[in-house]
Design a protein around this ligand. Sequence first.
Ligand code: SAM
Length: 243
Amino acid sequence: THFGFRDVPTGDKQKLVAEVFSSVASKYDLMNDLMSMGVHRVWKRYFVATAQVRRGDRVLDLAGGTGDIALLLRDRVGETGSIVLGDINGAMLRVGRDRMTDMGKVAGFEYVQMNAEKLPFPDASFDLVTIAFGLRNVTDKDAALREMQRVLKVGGQARVLEFSEVKADWFKPIYDFHSFKVLPRLGKLFAGDSDSYQYLAESIRKHPTQEPLKAMMADAGFARCDYRNLSGGIVAIHTGYKA
Ligand code: SAM
């Protein structure tokens, strides 16, 4: 890239990720709006609107953080459905739970602190498993994908929303400038924390791009793996099914 990485030893990644999200939890929602100029809301809406899910379904939203996806899923599964919001970080989960409770959204939600690499559920527990802007933070992504596959019911869908590779060459320098110059400054200005936002920019660049992630999903045992780019590949939605 144009602006370079600080290299994080993989053994320390989990600790670093924990520090980042504990530090940003209270400002997380505001920062998402600022950094993406609100567009993350559109991506998330599309991600949930196009999910294979029905009323009454049981859904797992992994790395669910402050609950944006879980909230949108609520309308799709209805009163008879249920949503488990799972996250490794207690601070993020608390912000999410408080936010939902303040909105009067209580019934049908469960909050479980869990590592995506080792899910505390039996096989075939869910109709849909989602992970939005979470997979790139997971140390062992293959393990997380295998676990998603394991807990799905046969015919169920897994959906991954994640930053990916921008396809248009003219846009790349602008995107890099935004990631490595604008983001850390926004982080410093609004969250008093430029390091966490530097980490975010770097984690995006290290995440597997469209085709490699599709191959990883196939390796994890998913059938009919595919993806769709949004906003020219700034993000992509990957899907796979349990056969
Ligand atoms: N899905 C939410 C959204 O789209 O706004 C939150 C995304 S946030 C960028 C990433 C979340 O992944 C954080 O809440 C973090 O705690 C969580 N996370 C990181 N590593 C994880 C792991 N191994 N297992 C589960 N959650 C993890």
